[in-house]
Ligand binder design. Structure first.
Ligand code: DHB
Ligand code: FE
Length: 289
């Protein structure tokens, strides 16, 4: 059976791509952020996951305002990156897994989620940069397969935190009922607090971010009680990317522990955070197997 062995959350700002391209990882500005991935690399080396489900928000590369799915799931054999205009290198294509994609799509629709299933899917910085941070030495071929899942965080009305949590739970159920042996890691990318426009541009709320990091581990359901308006007030208008974290955590149904956790602000305009959580099968579930 497929197993979800962990969850990773990270900021996804495009300037990470520029810092990598310029070799700035060890400059004082970037060092705390890139160093947060040292324990992530050790964990990946040990655990060797086969596939990443990347829960993120598309920023206009694949979906624009004229057609905006609340939730979309990739069902392609291959996912290409493309130039978004940030001036960062386009990264090599990612291999998908259509069997698992369709299994997830069937599971999500069965669980009453209205999703858009995509047999073509361009993946943006919020998908590619976290994988590049995980595998900085990957050349033309990535050492992991990947499936994109997007949550609309651009065009109102946005899905609620509670709904994103349930989406994550449904993804978790689907993956863990997939009959092939494989190790899956679930990513939630974006956040934490940031606002890129309007009079509050540059807004970062460190106490709120730290509270989210604590709750994501210890009491994720508490985060599902925030309304979207409250999240935007507390975390900024782009801080709703927190939804991807909540969905990631919903997919982890076992005994969850921190492998590593780091907060550093600002990373570009965001409260920059990286968390890697391990997910051990819960004792009750082990007993039932
Ligand atoms: C920035 C943050 C984002 O989440 C994003 O998608 C683009 C830019 C930033 O802070 O620069
Ligand atoms: Fe973003």
């Amino acid at each position: 059976m497929a197993r979800i062995i962990g969850g990773l959350t990270t900021s996804h700002v495009p300037s990470i791509g520029a810092a990598i391209a310029r070799g700035e990882q060890q400059t004082p500005y970037w060092k705390p952020f890139f160093d947060a991935f040292i324990p992530v690399h050790a964990w990946l080396e040990k655990e060797k996951p086969d596939l990443a489900i990347v829960i993120y928000n598309d920023h206009g590369l694949n979906f624009f305002l004229d057609r905006m799915p609340t939730f979309a799931v990739g069902a392609a054999a291959r996912y290409d990156n493309a130039d978004e205009g940030w001036g960062i290198p386009v990264l090599p294509s990612f291999e998908g897994d259509t069997e698992l994609s369709w299994h997830m799509i069937n599971g999500l629709v069965h669980d009453e989620f209205g999703i858009t299933m995509c047999q073509e899917f361009l993946v943006d910085h919020a998908f590619t940069l976290p994988l590049k941070l995980m595998y900085p030495n990957a050349g033309a071929r990535w050492p992991i397969k990947a499936i994109p899942v997007t949550i609309n965080s651009v065009q109102h009305p946005l899905p609620s935190a509670a709904r994103c949590w349930k989406l994550g739970q449904a993804i978790g159920r689907a993956v863990e009922s997939f009959p092939k042996d494989m190790k899956v890691v679930v990513l939630g990318t974006g956040g934490l607090s940031h606002q890129l426009d309007g009079t509050r541009a540059g807004f970062i709320n460190k106490p709120f971010d730290l509270m989210c990091m604590d709750k994501i581990l210890n009491d994720p359901v508490a985060l599902t009680r925030f309304s979207n308006r409250e999240i935007i007030e507390q975390a900024g208008s782009q801080g709703v990317e927190l939804m991807t974290w909540i969905a990631m955590r919903g997919a982890l149904s076992g005994r969850v522990d921190t492998v590593t956790s780091m907060y550093h602000a600002p990373i570009s305009n965001t409260g920059g955070a990286v968390m890697l959580l391990s997910n051990e099968p819960a004792p009750a579930r082990l007993a039932a197997e």
